[in-house]
Design a protein around this ligand. Structure first.
Ligand code: DGL
Length: 273
């Protein structure tokens, strides 16, 4: 019999902590194991092959550490590595599952829009993959999706500069570029788990009639629903309400910066992938 273990939550760095925060609020009883691959972040501009290799190493690390269910709380990894991992790397007769954040978000995001014109902000990797365009059209065939890559946002956020005046320049630039694509955009999806940290600045460059959608609550509800629909996986998730944090880089830095994303104190340990 497969032993119970924590639910794994993965991101290239700190962004997945915004997802863990929402998940732990919605589903506080489960145990969670977080891994940030800070030593190799950001993933946003990296090739398909590299993101796939890095993400696969992380997934194998979660499995070695007792997880049966792993959430890629990173849009870039979900866009570039999830399908390959699901198709090529999961043992056929083992109860091991890896889920992403793009499909559950795409299923919902169209509900926020009245005009059917939806803007997606993401890393270069996520935008180039067209994953959001493809997935949103499956659920909302009438919707028009506009995308804008924001390659400077993750480095700004990872360096703790999200409140600086320097950040304003790049927030305005990417928002302007997105809105130039259509005057009818009424919903903007933050398609990167780091971006909620820029929310006040993003909001300040948008009119009030534009809804900004961040993924935390969507992913939390979708996980709750998944666990209800898959009792065979739910029974493999331990429930002691613990959260354990690992980073591939310096733990002191992770504790300090991670707190801003997670909203609570963090004591991380070093992971060797
Ligand atoms: N937080 C990740 C995402 O949701 C990406 C950050 C990165 O570029 O590594 O896409």
């Amino acid at each position: 019999m497969q032993p119970k273990g924590p639910i794994g939550i993965f991101d290239s760095g700190y962004g997945g902590l915004t997802i863990l925060k929402a998940i732990a609020k919605q589903l506080p009883d489960y145990d969670y194991l977080y891994l940030g691959d800070n030593a190799r972040a950001p993933y946003g501009n990296r090739s398909y092959e590299t993101v796939y290799q890095y993400t696969l190493q992380a997934v194998e690390w979660f499995f070695r550490n007792g997880c049966s269910l792993v959430i890629l709380a990173c849009n870039t990894a979900s866009a570039k590595a999830l399908r390959s991992i699901q198709q090529q790397n999961l043992p056929a007769n083992d109860n091991k599952r890896v889920l992403g954040v793009i499909r559950p978000t795409a299923e919902i995001v169209g509900n926020f829009s009245h005009t059917g014109h939806i803007g997606v902000l993401g890393t270069t990797g996520t935008v180039k993959s067209d994953s959001y365009k493809i997935e949103i059209h499956k659920f909302f065939p009438e919707a028009t999706v506009y995308q804008q890559a924001c390659p400077m946002w993750v480095p700004i956020i990872e360096n703790g500069e999200q409140e600086s005046t320097g950040a304003d320049y790049f927030v305005k630039e990417y928002i302007d570029n997105l809105l130039l694509q259509s005057a009818d955009i009424d919903t903007i999806l933050l398609g990167c788990t780091h971006y909620p940290l820029l929310m006040p600045k993003i909001r300040s460059y948008l009119q009030n009639n534009i809804t900004i959608v961040d993924q935390g609550d969507i992913i939390a509800k979708s996980l709750e629903d998944y666990l209800k629909r898959h009792p065979e996986m739910e029974s493999l998730c331990s429930k002691n309400g613990t959260k354990t944090f690992f980073t591939t880089d310096n733990t002191d830095t992770f504790n300090k910066r991670g707190e801003v994303f997670y909203g609570n104190k963090i004591e991380s340990e070093k992971a060797i992938l």
